[in-house]
Design a protein around this ligand. Structure first.
Ligand code: IMP
Ligand code: MG
Length: 185
C-alpha cells in the first residue's frame, strides 16, 4: 500500500499511480504514436467523460497533426451483458479513410470498447487501434487488440485522472484505489 499525497480526500485507500508516473508513461506513449503515425491522417477518438484527461495529456505528447473527436454513451443499466450501449453524442468527424486511435481511460471487461470498435470499424476508417491508460486485464471477457497500453493494474476500483466514483473524484491528478467496503464488495 502506497501512501496517498497529503490532503487526499476520503475515502481513498492507497496511491496506485502518482501524477509523475502517469506523466512519464503518457510521454512514452505519445512518442510511440508519433513514430507509428507519421504521414497518416490521424483522428483520436475519446469516450466522454473519463478519457478526457488522458486524451488532453496524450495529444500534447504526440508531435503530429491530428484531429480530436468525442463520443458519449450510456449503458442500458447494470445488466448490459452484451456491452451494447446507446450513443448519446456521436462524432463530428467523418472517419472514412482515416487512421483512428480510440483513447480510453480504462478497460475492464472490454465489453463497452468491443461494441464501440464495431461501430467505428463500420464507418470505413483506414485503421482503428486502441490506446488505453489502464488495463484491468484479469477482468477481460472479450479479447481486444490493444496497440498502446499504459499500465496493467490489479482488479481494484480506482479513481482519479478522469476515473470517477459516482461522477466524483475525476479531477484528482493521481490515481488511487478505494477500500473494498466503499464498493460494497
Ligand atoms: P468495460 O466495458 O467493463 O471494459 O467497462 C469499462 C468502463 O467501466 C470504463 O470506461 C469505466 O467507465 C468503468 N470502469 C471500469 N473500472 C473502473 C474503475 O476502476 N474506476 C472507474 N471506472 C471504472
Ligand atoms: Mg465511468
Amino acid at each position: 500500500m502506497r501512501r496517498l499525497p497529503a490532503g487526499a480526500p476520503e475515502p481513498l485507500e492507497s496511491l496506485l499511480l502518482s501524477d509523475e508516473e502517469i506523466r512519464e508513461r503518457v510521454a512514452q506513449m505519445g512518442a510511440r504514436i508519433t513514430q507509428d503515425y507519421a504521414g497518416r491522417d490521424l483522428v483520436l477518438v475519446t469516450v466522454l467523460k473519463g478519457g478526457l484527461f488522458f486524451l488532453a495529456d496524450l495529444c500534447r505528447a504526440i508531435e503530429l497533426p491530428l484531429a480530436l473527436d468525442f463520443m458519449a454513451i450510456s449503458t442500458y443499466g447494470p445488466a448490459a451483458h452484451t456491452g451494447e450501449v446507446r450513443i448519446t453524442k456521436d462524432l463530428d468527424e467523418d472517419l472514412t479513410g482515416r487512421a483512428v486511435i480510440v483513447v480510453e481511460d480504462i478497460i475492464d471487461t472490454g465489453m463497452t470498447l468491443n461494441y464501440l470498435l464495431g461501430v467505428l470499424r463500420g464507418r470505413g476508417p483506414a485503421s482503428v487501434e486502441v490506446c488505453v491508460l489502464l488495463d484491468k486485464d484479469v477482468r477481460r471477457i472479450v479479447d481486444l487488440p490493444i496497440a498502446y497500453r499504459g499500465f496493467s493494474i490489479p482488479d481494484r476500483f480506482v479513481v482519479g485522472y478522469g476515473l470517477d466514483l459516482d461522477a466524483g473524484l475525476r479531477n484528482l491528478p493521481y490515481i488511487a484505489t478505494l477500500p473494498d467496503s466503499v464498493m460494497g464488495m
